[in-house]
Design a protein around this ligand. Structure first.
Ligand code: ADP
Ligand code: MG
Length: 667
């Protein structure tokens, strides 16, 4: 057995109780243990005397606890004075005070790190990192000490940072020699990378911070390489399997479609349509992602692919994540292709039985050339006569399983997935490494940039007055509220409440309607249709309008509680306006309170004011939230790495990918 896979119980120093504490933090094997990397390091080679600790900088200091005190009151806090021979410093904690009071005693020797500031003329650190220093460690000046995240249970089992350090150190002594390397020796030598065992030791017990980072990068490269190797092999296998459909290029339907439109395709649309057509002609199954910012015209690109399939005697299907979006696609596509003599059907959740039977028959007999729908398309009863192409719109809303289910409705159909969620390059390479990617990097001409403004709630009245002016000029307005979970007790206005307030107050003279996810589907469709026809002028809604909705006459997007939305989501919402020739506006109303919350949310929201480039916004979002949050529940199948950081390690990922491809190509 590979040495890193041996169970954690087999490691010296780990009994049943420790094993159970370690399992809670997902340490099940020796490998998990050695890849449990320090959260940070205390660089004791750089320790300063307190008297010289510069204000405003991050430093590490060592001293003895002289005084501890819990101060109750409106801002309860725990305060502790730590001193060395030169001076002292006050450490202040606003959280966990009662625990901390039990944790520290006068006389304890500590290393503390954090930013030094001045409070009432004295040096202070707020919420410093701390580490107890005992016995022989005190003598070990001039070392870099690793600090680990430890759970309460681990602490109870003697696995605070210190105990955990010993565990890792002993495990390294016992096993490091026998660890099989994760990289081919030739590759390691060519790139000048250290051996895995040595790097694991250095990442835990480095001689300097620079050495620690070098070791981490070496481990990260190994992880990324292994992952990219798997992807490259899968891609190669797909390439070698020529059992898909080889479509002939469309000579009638696609040219006829473009001829019927009042506008010409953009260069980017043409290029992507050509990329797709070229791949559809090959006998391998197509697995392609089309990324294009909101409003870049993905629907037409998908439609061209569908028409190619249809011209070849196959059926095509397009699945969208919401009923509103699916219905919109259906009406658009129907209007475009019925004149070409094609039949389109629309399948959704709740449909009359008789109608449903009729639609299913049309799909099964092949009478329907194109089927548009929601998840209803992947239900068991749906059987296609000859499905040749499956298109999935806004694919990030679907899981891998649903994508697969649509694919299985045909015999090796081609697959095209479309998304408007711009994905930073590093993530795209990770998530979609096995897909081919086309990017529509151009918007149709004549779109005016959307004017975006971030405002505080105190400006609300003026904002709705402005919205009213726009409506008087014939335009339409969205007012979006955050979604309220059933379980959540909202401390802010919901769409429902706001709807009542707005239509009786500032927007009383207009036709205002409400749209949210819990309304019946029929009701939602009716409201959308009225909004489309400008019978409704102001649509108060939740994020149900987030993806895809296309009403070019709407020019104002007001987002209440903008601080509660992610950047990617705000970008999607803003994409609902700016779709026609008129100047559009997006107003973000923030209710963030003072302090960190305000600073935090403003940094995010100002990105929206600054740019309209979806990729830039996505990069920022990723930076601020990290890959886990960035995708949240929306994206299944995201691999997790222990040493690699998808935000910071873009260059490593790129290099790992190239090396993996080189190896697979020569296999
Ligand atoms: P998205 O990429 O966000 O899905 P859509 O496909 O909904 O974008 O297209 C947005 C709008 O732009 C639609 O009203 C569509 O008709 C229009 N459109 C698409 N392509 C072009 C083009 N080449 N020139 C002008 N308008 C276009
Ligand atoms: Mg779309």
């Amino acid at each position: 057995m590979e040495i890193l896979s041996i169970p954690i119980e087999k490691v010296k120093g780990v009994g049943a109780k420790r094993a159970s504490a370690l399992k809670d933090v997902e340490i099940l094997t020796l490998g998990d243990l050695l890849y449990y990397l320090p959260r940070r390091y205390l660089d004791r080679t750089q320790i300063l005397p307190m008297a010289r600790a510069p204000i405003g900088q991050e430093v590490t200091l060592i001293g003895e606890v002289r005084q501890t005190r819990f101060i109750p009151g409106s801002r309860p806090r725990f305060v502790m004075v730590v001193a060395d021979e030169t001076d002292d410093i006050t450490c202040t904690f606003f959280q966990g005070g009662r625990y901390l009071q039990r944790n520290f005693a006068v006389g304890d020797e500590l290393a503390i790190s954090g930013k030094v500031d001045l409070f009432q003329g004295r040096r202070q650190m707020v919420h410093p990192e701390y580490e107890f220093i005992r016995g022989e460690e005190r003598l070990h000046t001039g070392v870099v000490v690793p600090l680990y995240t430890t759970s309460a249970d681990m602490k109870e089992r003697g696995l605070r940072s210190r105990g955990f350090r010993r565990l890792i150190s002993e495990a390294l002594d016992a096993f490091a020699e026998r660890i099989e390397d994760d990289l081919p020796a030739a590759l390691r030598q060519r790139l000048g990378l250290a051996e895995l065992g040595a790097s694991l030791r250095q990442v835990h017990f480095p001689a300097s911070l620079a050495e620690a980072e070098r070791a981490r990068q070496r481990l990260a490269f190994g992880e990324l390489f292994a992952f990219q190797l798997r992807l490259a092999r899968r891609r190669k296998k797909n390439r070698e399997q020529a059992d898909g459909i080889a479509f002939a290029p469309s000579e009638k339907l696609v040219p006829a479609l473009w001829d019927s439109l009042p506008f010409a395709p953009t260069r980017a649309q043409l290029r992507v349509v050509a990329e797709i057509a070229a791949q559809m002609q090959r006998p391998q199954v197509m697995n392609r992602l089309v990324q294009g910012d909101v409003g870049s015209g993905k629907t037409l690109v998908g439609l061209c692919a569908m028409l190619t399939a249809v011209e070849n005697g196959y059926q095509a299907a397009m699945m969208a994540p919401t009923e509103i979006l699916a219905e919109q696609h259906f009406f658009n596509i129907q209007a475009l292709v019925e004149p070409l003599g094609l039949t389109v059907v629309f399948l959704k959740g709740a449909q009359r039985k008789a109608l449903r039977e009729e639609l299913l028959t049309a799909i099964e007999s092949g009478v329907a050339h194109i089927a548009v729908g929601t998840h209803a398309l992947i239900q068991e009863q749906v059987q296609f006569a000859r499905l040749g192409l499956a298109v999935i719109d806004e694919q990030h809303r679907f899981g891998v399983v649903q994508r697969g289910a649509l694919y299985k409705k045909g015999a090796k159909p081609d697959l095209l997935v479309m998304t408007a969620t711009p994905i930073p390059r590093t993530l795209a390479l990770t998530l979609y490494g096995e897909l081919d990617v086309s990017i529509i990097d151009e918007l149709p001409p004549g779109r005016k940039p959307i004017r975006t403004a971030l405002r505080g709630e105190d400006r609300r009245a003026a904002i709705f007055e402005f919205a009213g002016d726009q409506v008087r000029q014939g335009r339409q307005v969205y007012v979006v509220y955050p979604l309220i979970e059933e379980s959540e007790k909202a401390d802010y206005k919901s769409a429902v409440e706001a709807y009542d307030e707005l239509r009786h107050g500032p927007l009383a003279e207009f036709a205002v309607a409400l749209l949210h996810g819990r309304m019946a589907a029929e009701e939602k469709a009716a409201v959308m249709e009225d909004f489309k026809q400008n019978r409704i002028q102001v649509l108060v809604c939740t994020t149900v309008v987030e993806v895809g909705v296309d009403v070019p006459n709407a020019t104002v997007m007001i987002i209440e509680h903008a601080e509660r939305f992610g950047l990617a989501q705000l970008h999607q919402l803003r994409g609902r306006v700016g779709r026609g020739g008129e100047q559009s506006f997006c107003i973000l109303i923030s209710y963030a309170h003072a302090g960190a919350e305000l600073a935090d949310s403003h940094e995010r929201l100002q990105t929206m004011e600054r740019t309209q480039d979806g990729f830039e916004i996505a990069e920022k979002d990723l930076q601020l939230r990290g890959p886990g949050e960035f995708f949240g529940v929306r994206q299944a199948g995201m691999p997790t790495f222990k040493a690699a950081d998808l935000v910071a390690d873009g260059a490593l990922l790129q290099s790992a990918r190239e090396e993996a491809m080189r190896i697979v190509d020569s296999e």
